[in-house]
Design a protein around this ligand. Sequence first.
Ligand SMILES: *[C@@H]1O[C@H](CO)[C@@H](O)[C@H](O)[C@H]1NC(C)=O
Ligand SMILES: *[C@@H]1O[C@H](CO)[C@@H](O)[C@H](O)[C@H]1NC(C)=O
Ligand SMILES: *[C@@H]1O[C@H](CO)[C@@H](O)[C@H](O)[C@H]1NC(C)=O
Length: 209
Amino acid sequence: MILSGIMAIAGLVTSAVAGVVTSNIKVPPPNPIPVVIQGIPNFSVSKFEAQGVVLSDRNYISFHLTPYPGATPTHCFAIGTTAAHMLTTIPQTWCTPINTTDPSSSSTPSTPTASSDPTSNSRVWFSWTMGEDVDPTAPTASGIFGMAQTTGAYIKVVRQVDERTRDEAVRHVPAWYLGRQGEGMLEHQVFSGPSNFSLLALRFTGEEH
Ligand SMILES: *[C@@H]1O[C@H](CO)[C@@H](O)[C@H](O)[C@H]1NC(C)=O
Ligand SMILES: *[C@@H]1O[C@H](CO)[C@@H](O)[C@H](O)[C@H]1NC(C)=O
Ligand SMILES: *[C@@H]1O[C@H](CO)[C@@H](O)[C@H](O)[C@H]1NC(C)=O
């Protein structure tokens, strides 16, 4: 039963790969120097999942993100490549607004089309950085969120409000939430932390340079 569930996930991931990889999404560069910082409501995360897929060279991150109370939730989903069924760093990836009137849209990863529309007001992207890929000497490592730990992973979510304004959250995921499960060919890395949580978000407003 476990294996069939795993195979279902593997199939899901495989069928979604083409859409994710071929969509030529352009993510604006993060704004390095904030001029104004404001507190805003927390981002709300639900259905968070992250794992290396057994019997596959893929891993995936999937969650729903509601950037502020009453906002349309977006589905944040990305697939990585792993030789060892481990999680890997995932670069900036657009999230896709969830069609709340279509019951099938919330459970099935869909091709990110609507979210790459630059006029959309729900432009949310995320990234996932493994601790081993963190550069503690980078200028951003000691930034307001601090991204300097070389264990676990960092999840970053950004809502690009307009060209100069973004709402941003960064949270460290401790290594003990990212253990390995299963044995032999079923061994894989799985996020075992809570699936629902909130992210402290801040609004940054500033010049592009
Ligand atoms: C949402 O899904 C419903 C039912 O599938 C569809 O009629 C509607 O056009 C969709 N809305 C958007 C914005 O995609
Ligand atoms: C997580 O949030 C979703 C949607 O808000 C809810 O349906 C679900 O019951 C929550 N799960 C837990 C474990 O709190
Ligand atoms: C916002 O998120 C932070 C970090 O997860 C949490 O400590 C805080 O309690 C949250 N605040 C609210 C109002 O939910």
